[in-house]
Design a protein around this ligand. Structure first.
Ligand code: GLN
Length: 228
């Protein structure tokens, strides 16, 4: 996918970020154990960030933001435990590091996976999710949703836009805590949320040309970097 943004566009974006002095780069760790991490890395480059692929505990130093991609949440959870990365990831998020999670990433970030209560999750985002709520891979679809843009700071005005939402074996958010803001709905289904430093979508923005969510993450990470 990502045919919309030409390879020239990406080459330029990658070059710009890579030519930026290391200490000025905004480093966003992209969980790269499995799944759609490459598409997130490209989208992050296009948004101006330096993506850092995370496969071990050693990769998790000196980061300013995090991205949890889609894929298979059961496999990711297993590998996170095996590679001793789960606690560190939870710790970074709990300390306020900005995180953007999609699909399986949303499942990982949640506090409860309905029907899979023994599946390991980070228990950070105050939502309960239901896996595979939109059917199997072959039932994947794209639908334009009216969404509320993720809020960057408390002073931000609320803005809405039309977003091309790609659903691939997507989860649905079934319950939300009182501090969780709904960013996208489809009928009565909750599909994107924000809680403090966390934004999560059931759909896949990294497979579209719309960089709204990756830009949110980049800007939040830039702010977060300034704190240290
Ligand atoms: N259904 C997958 C899971 O439960 C998520 C699918 C996706 O990330 N596209 O992990």
């Amino acid at each position: 996918m990502l045919t919309h943004l030409s390879s020239i566009h990406f080459q330029q974006a990658i070059q710009t970020v890579e030519n930026t002095p290391k200490q000025e780069q905004v480093r966003i760790g992209v969980l790269a154990l499995q799944g759609a991490f490459l598409e997130h890395c490209l989208a992050l480059y296009a948004a101006g960030a330096k993506p850092v692929e995370l496969r071990s505990l050693q990769d998790m130093e000196n980061l300013h933001g995090l991205c949890l991609p889609g894929g298979e949440s059961t496999v990711m959870a297993k590998l996170l435990v095996q590679n001793a990365m789960l606690q560190k990831l939870k710790c970074l998020i709990t300390m306020g590091m900005p995180v953007f999670a999609t699909c399986a990433g949303l499942i990982l970030l949640s506090r409860k996976i309905i029907g899979f209560e023994n599946q390991v999750c980070l228990n950070c985002l105050d939502v309960a999710v239901s896996r595979n709520a939109f059917g199997r891979q072959k039932e994947s679809f794209v639908e334009n949703l009216e969404i509320t843009c993720p809020i960057f700071s408390e002073q931000d005005r609320e803005e809405h836009c039309n977003f091309p939402a790609v659903f691939i074996r997507a989860p649905q958010i079934m319950q939300i805590g009182k501090n969780v803001k709904i960013l996208a709905r489809r009928k009565d289904q909750i599909l994107a949320v924000q809680e403090k430093n966390m934004v999560a979508t059931a759909f896949h923005p990294e497979l579209t040309e719309n960089l709204l969510f990756h830009t949110w993450l980049y800007k939040k990470a830039q702010e977060y970097k300034k704190l240290f």
